[in-house]
Design a protein around this ligand. Structure first.
Ligand SMILES: Cc1ncc(COP(=O)(O)O)c(C=O)c1O
Length: 392
């Protein structure tokens, strides 16, 4: 936020930064929020300004006060050289990958990444002559043995999509750096509030702002935070591809930013509470949540992360398979639908066994992913208990 006379100019704690970042009320007649600017054309006042590119903004596709407020706020937060905004989490992933690879390159990708990330690797990247090797997310420093002379990038995500394996990100980022490769991470689960990828050696940190940044299931947005070394390359690709989100979605993300801290605290608290309750249930084989002490990834989570969101999975005992539909249909508070990170709770079944290649997914029973929203956790537990009762 632009300084007031009374501003003490301190470096603030995260909760305070979320309130202040990306706002300059005294530049906008004192209005608290940065206005929503629509527009493609930006007029230059004089011929001289035009030919010498003297406007702060050249063209709507290249930025506006609304877009720059969000990207600047996020860059301060991630402590990076800059943040680029895209119209979805997936376009942030594809833009970042396209910015770093060229024909003939090889990349290493965690076997447990968000599935559409694999689709980019097997589709667009393969067609452009980029080869992908998938690695076990638990590989840690062992990833060194997978580098080839043409390995250009390592793409990771922690915890793993759907199955929540915790990777040793600092070890993987260091191995990438030592081998001259660029490291990228999908950090949507923790958000930069609970894990700061750049502080752990990651070059490019990606977030589907669709989830907790928006927080209300009403936008799609992606963010790419880049360190100084690689920012020019990602900035150029982002500009050349002409990728930017619409101003309404960006405005809603700025609005979401203000409450993200307290929302996440509640998602985390309620998520852990429901996860522990599920652990105590006779129908449940296993709960996959790195914040639980019993989870195999807990030690790494505790070492590197400062919190958890509301997303985790659990495995039902195999007998549940025949009545799994009745379980889902009985749930009143958990909607069935994709995405997550909104104020509402969600539940979906999943099965990764058909597409993972470096690891085997064989959980021993039907798998369910939950997003714990902002409802009262006691009501969510009652709802789940009613669903479980239908398993017979
Ligand atoms: C981990 C992760 N990354 C990226 C995305 C993609 O975000 P979007 O749906 O905005 O493209 C998702 C969406 O579910 C996700 O779960």
């Amino acid at each position: 936020m632009a300084k007031k006379k009374s501003d003490r100019g301190e470096s603030y704690r995260p909760a305070t930064s979320l309130v202040l970042a990306g706002r300059s009320p005294y530049e906008y007649e004192g209005f608290v929020n940065t206005p929503l600017y629509r527009g493609s054309t930006v007029l230059y006042e004089t011929y001289d300004d035009l030919v010498h590119h003297r406007n702060k903004y050249a063209y709507g596709r290249r930025g506006s006060p609304t877009l720059n407020a969000l990207s600047g706020a996020l860059a301060d937060f991630e402590k990076s050289a800059g943040v680029l905004l895209t119209p979805s989490g997936l376009s942030a992933i594809s833009t970042a990958l396209l910015a770093v690879v060229k024909a003939g390159d090889h990349i290493l990708v965690a076997d447990t990444v968000y599935r559409p990330t694999r689709v980019i690797c097997e589709g667009v990247l393969k067609r452009l002559g980029v080869e992908t090797t998938y690695y076990d997310p638990l590989i840690g420093d062992g990833i060194r043995s997978l580098f080839k002379p043409n390995t250009r990038a390592v793409f990771t995500e922690a915890p793993g999509s759907q199955t929540f394996e915790m990777s040793d990100i600092p070890a993987i980022a260091k191995a990438a750096r030592d081998n001259g490769a660029i490291s990228l991470m999908d950090n949507t689960w923790a958000t930069p509030l609970y894990f700061r990828p750049h502080e752990h050696g990651i070059d490019i940190s990606i977030q589907a702002g669709t989830k907790y940044l928006g927080g209300h299931s009403d936008i799609n947005l992606g963010t790419i935070s880049v360190n100084k070394e690689h920012y020019p390359r990602v900035l150029a690709t982002h500009g050349d591809l002409g990728i930017n989100p619409g101003p309404e979605d960006v405005y809603l993300a700025l609005r979401g930013l203000r409450t993200m801290g307290i929302r996440l605290e509640r998602h985390m608290e309620s998520g852990i509470r429901v996860a522990k309750w599920l652990q105590s249930r006779p129908e449940v084989l296993r709960v996959l949540h790195p914040a639980l002490e019993s989870d195999p990834g807990h030690a790494i989570w505790k070492r590197d992360f400062s919190g958890a969101c509301g997303l985790f999975s659990f495995i039902l005992k195999p007998e549940a398979a025949k009545n799994i539909g009745a379980f889902f249909d009985e749930l009143a508070l958990f909607g069935m639908g994709y995405s997550w990170g909104g104020f509402e709770s969600l539940a979906i079944p999943f099965d990764c066994s058909g597409y993972r290649t470096a690891t085997k997914w064989n959980p021993g029973g039907p798998a369910v992913r939950l997003h714990i929203g902002l409802e009262d956790p006691d009501d969510l537990i009652t709802d789940l208990a009613e669903g479980l009762a239908k398993l017979g």
